[in-house]
Design a protein around this ligand. Structure first.
Ligand code: PRP
Ligand code: HPA
Ligand code: MG
Length: 184
């Protein structure tokens, strides 16, 4: 697939590369300030958070550690059923650590709600969340999120780590898909 094929699959660009990167500068500055002089462990949620983790982490002046988890909604069909399985667990012991979960998107909130309480049970000093995108009107549960890049409308988006059938994660911007991609 070359780039022109991808362009034909997209409906519109919701957030440009520049908008995303500018917002990350602001979030990184805030995180540096909030955790000044403190230990910080970034936990990225595979696979969607790869882009935001890489871009956010390299903007921090803080000395951080980075670890990764892979989780999946249990069962087939609808995702984010709220029943989550750990596919890859952390390598780190969280006891006494300041943990910042890094995510690409909070949609229903079920994944992060589960993950936050799972990590909290491991004896950390603190657990907070940073997400690039959030869909406030799609929330099925309230999740306390400390750092949000952008609140967006309830529509399916791709790019900057977000996929549709595993594609489009590598786009440097966030876009909506053309109806023909869904088979429409
Ligand atoms: O708020 P929710 O409704 O729970 O949805 C958000 C989660 O869904 C996506 O991950 P997905 O499980 O699709 O895996 P991926 O990161 O590998 O794409 C996204 O990256 C979040 O982790
Ligand atoms: O809008 C979305 N796009 C891609 N993956 C997602 N996972 C939850 N919401 C989304
Ligand atoms: Mg994910």
């Amino acid at each position: 697939m070359d780039r022109s094929d991808v362009a034909a699959d997209l409906s519109s660009v919701l957030l440009s590369e520049e908008q995303l990167q500018t917002r990350l500068d602001e979030l990184a500055a805030q995180i540096d300030e909030d955790y000044r002089g403190q230990d910080l462990l970034l936990v990225g949620v595979l696979k969607g958070a790869v882009m935001v983790m890489a871009d956010l982490a390299r903007r921090l002046h803080h000395s951080v550690e980075m670890d990764w988890m892979a989780v999946s909604s249990y069962g087939s069909g609808t995702k984010s059923s709220g029943v989550v399985r750990i596919l890859k667990d952390l390598d780190s012991d969280l006891t006494g650590r300041n943990v910042l979960i890094v995510e690409d998107i909070i949609d229903s909130g079920l994944t992060l709600s589960w993950l936050k309480s799972n990590l909290r049970s491991r004896g950390p000093k603190s657990v907070e969340i940073a997400t690039m995108l959030r869909k406030p009107e799609a929330a099925k549960v309230d999740v306390d999120v400390r750092y949000v890049g952008f609140d967006i409308a309830t529509e399916f988006v791709v790019g900057y780590g977000l996929d549709y059938a595993e594609k489009y994660r590598n786009l440097p911007f966030v876009a909506t898909l053309a109806p023909h991609v869904y088979g429409g």
